[in-house]
Structure formats: structure tokens, C-alpha cells
Design a protein around this ligand. Sequence first.
Ligand code: NAD
Length: 484
Amino acid sequence: MVSRVIPVDPFDLVIFGGTGDLARRKILPGLFRRFCGGQMPPEARIIGAARSDMDDAGFRQMVAESIHEFGDKRHPHEDQLPAFLERVSYETVDATGDGGWTALKARLRPGTVRAFYFSVGPSLFGDLAERLRGFGLADDDSRVVVEKPFGHDLKSARALNATLARHFSEQQIYRIDHYLGKETVQNLMAVRFGNMLFEPLWNAQYVDHIQITVAETVGVGGRGGYYDKSGAMRDMVQNHLMQLLCLIAMEPPARFEPDSVRDEKLKVIRALDPVDWHHIVRGQYAPDGDTPGYRHDVEDPRSRTESFVALKCHVSNWRWAGTPFYLRTGKKLRARTSEIAVVFKDAPHSIFGADAGRHRNVLSIRLQPNEGITLGVTIKEPGPGGMRLVDVPLDMTFADALGPDVEDVPDAYERLIMDVIRGNQTLFMRGDEVEAAWAWTDPIIEGWIARNEVPKPYDVGSSGPDDSLMLMHKDGRKWREIRS
Ligand code: NAD
């Protein structure tokens, strides 16, 4: 199958924080892939802007090195790198002062789509927005892209939204949650709303429960200072896991258009019941022999920040009344995997008798690794020996179904940046969604503080604290195995 690449309009993309970690690891290699994929028109320009004193040649060298280090190793496209670098330049800019802004403006071309990527800490968003307007770099058609964390709680998220709203309309603001840019997440919507098969069963009558797991094998790495002030609830649940929950639970939008989709997601967040604190487990990875634990990694021997959360919640509406949603995320777990599992109910009566065992259909949507969707179905085990039943996966993994071109599928950041240029906000979070998500998570975090709660220790390489297994066990259910 040959994929159809539609080039975007010519653009000037300014990356504030262009020398930073995110730009080097994700944004710049991603843009190069889109260039090689034929999606970037020859007139596109990428301008790095940051505090570091650097010229165009220095920045190009940094971009080339980033692409070598973090780019697509299977398809390096070395021959295309010089042409890409010709489109790249750099301006030293001080986000909090006046230096560099006039020179940066001189690099922008009239009549071209302008996008400004704020790949800097959120404390600089206000300064950047003010200067973009003040120095006349941005107009009412320009777009700004902002990174997580979008606030620390409801109050700070509201303040950030208000700051951005002073300079830009909601239609100009693109809040990135890179989980939404993943191919499988969009395929989830295609599977749900493009087939007759699933939607009639997509409700409390047929679905027993839903599990969403985002497991990491890494610890806090060099981000200890930031992470310890945040924790798994703020860093993962409030954004990524809640966004996935919304896509699973939402009503069919009237159209696949930004506000239709985002209106439906918002309704889900607002329908979430407050979580009973008996239904939440917090964990922190413990030291194991020579392997240091969380507290060592964040250099605070008394830290009570969680590196793991598991919780059960309910979406209180007609579709989902009584169906639990189990969410779980953590660091230093057994394997790196992100999966949504829709576990259907048992057939109402087994004609094969008790010996046939219990068999359930599970729709598994895997975001990483090995992106793909499988549906577990029950069939007869082949051969003689009576009616023995087995579960087999109906595999909808893209690489198998769509052939080798699937390797050119853009990764999340690439896709989202191209959506910014196209002016398509469908896969970006709206301000009210972010605020509603904080309004749900804030009381959970406040409850931990009020109860002085200490996270439960768990072993590195495990599935999290035993209490998280109990959370399911008490309901007669069990988590799916964490495996890569
Ligand atoms: P970083 O510290 O590596 O880079 C920060 C960049 O901002 C640098 O280019 C620096 O020169 C620039 N900068 C800082 N102060 C400035 C000023 N006053 N004027 C102009 N430029 C200035 O940070 P990062 O890891 O690249 O993260 C950037 C943003 O993206 C943060 O908000 C972070 O939370 C978010 N984010 C990062 C990652 C990641 O994997 N690194 C993932 C998700 C979100």
C-alpha cells in the first residue's frame, strides 16, 4: 500500500528553546523526517531561537548532530540532510528581555504561515507571548505551540490560559499532548467510529471494564528536580492517561473536527466521579541491592512523591454507568508498554459447559512498543479431543496489515507539528479540557497531602505495589501483564 503524502503550506516555524533537550531529541529529528517524507514544501523555514550565543552555522551543526543521534536510524537519508539544513537558521533571543527580537522578526516572511513553538519552561510562556505581539512577530493568524506541563494545578493552569489568552485566541493555541499524535490513538478512533462492529457493544451492557496502563522502565533520570515536585499523577495521569480515557469513553462526535471531538472529550472529564481514596494506590520504587531507589534519584531521603499510581474511576453517564476504568502508570516497572484494554463481558451462557473455561473478548490497543490493535476472540482448539476453546488474537498490527510503507508513518511530534501548520487542532487539548482535568486531579493530590500519605514501596522491575494488584483483585478482576 502506498501512503499518500500531502505537503503542507509553506511556513516559518520558530522554535523557542531550539537548543534544548526536547528540540534536539524530538522536534528537529521529526521535522527532518517530514522533510524526507516529502511533506515539507521547499519554501519551509525553521528558525531556532534560544538564549545560547550561536550563529546559523553553529545551529546547523547542532541540528545535524541531533539528527544523527536521535533521528531515524533505519532510514537515515543522509543525502537529504544538506537540503534540510539550508532551511534551518538561528537567532539568539532573550525571552525575558529585548535582545534579538527585531533580528528574529527580520527573518520572518510576509504571507507565510507562522508558528511559534514554546519549547521552554512554562514560566517563559507569558514573556514570549507578550514579546511576540509587542515586537510585531505574531498576528491573528499565527499559531503558538505549548508543551506540557500545562500548569501544576487548576489555579496555575487557569493563570497560564489567561496569560496566553491576553495575546492569542483559543484557535491559535496548540497545547501538545504527544500521546494524541500517536498513530494507534487515531486508529482507535477509526476502529470505533469507522466500523459498525464495535460501537453497539461499546457501553456498560457489554464492556466489563477498561484498563489503561502506561508503564516505563526508566526512573526519573536527570529530571529528578522537576519530577519530585510533580509525581506520576501530575506528570502522567492528569494529561496522557486522562486523554486516552476520554477517547475511549467519549460519545461519537458529529464530525472529526476540532471542537466536535474536544466537546465530547470535555463531557467525559466532567462526568468523572470524584475518586474514592480507597480506590487509589500510590507507589514509590524502593532501593534494591546496589540499585538506588526513588528517594536517592531525586536526592531527597524523605520524598513522598509518587512514581506510581493505580486507580479505579467511574464515568457517570448512561453509556458507562457501573463500568470501572482502571488506570495505572509508573516508573521502573517490569517493561515499557502503553496499552488500553477494553475487556468485554462473558457470554451470558456457556453452551460448552464449565470445562470450557472462561473466555473473554479483549480489544487491546497498544501504543508502544509495537503499535497496533488486537482483538482476542475465542475459537475451537483445532484437532480431536472434543470442544476445547482457546483465545486467539485477531491482529490489526499496522506493519503486518499495511506493508512496508508503514515505516514512513510519522511519529507523534512530526504529525502534530504538521497539524499546527495545517491549522488542525483536533489532536490538541483545549484550555477548558486542561482545566477540567486539573479540577478532577487536584482533590486527589490534596487528599494525599491532608492525610499525610506515604507512597507504598515497590520493587524495581515489578508491576508496582501489591496494593495495586489488590485494587483489581477485590473486584474479581486482574491487571493485564506488563510486558514489552
Ligand atoms: P531544556 O532546559 O533542555 O531547554 C530549554 C531551552 O530554553 C534552551 O534552548 C534554552 O536556551 C532556552 N531558554 C531558557 N531560558 C531562556 C530565555 N530566557 N530566553 C530564551 N531562551 C531560553 O528544556 P527541554 O527539556 O527542552 O524542555 C522544554 C519544554 O518542553 C519544557 O516546558 C519541558 O517541560 C517540556 N517537555 C520536555 C520534554 C523532554 O523530553 N525534554 C518532554 C515533554 C515536555
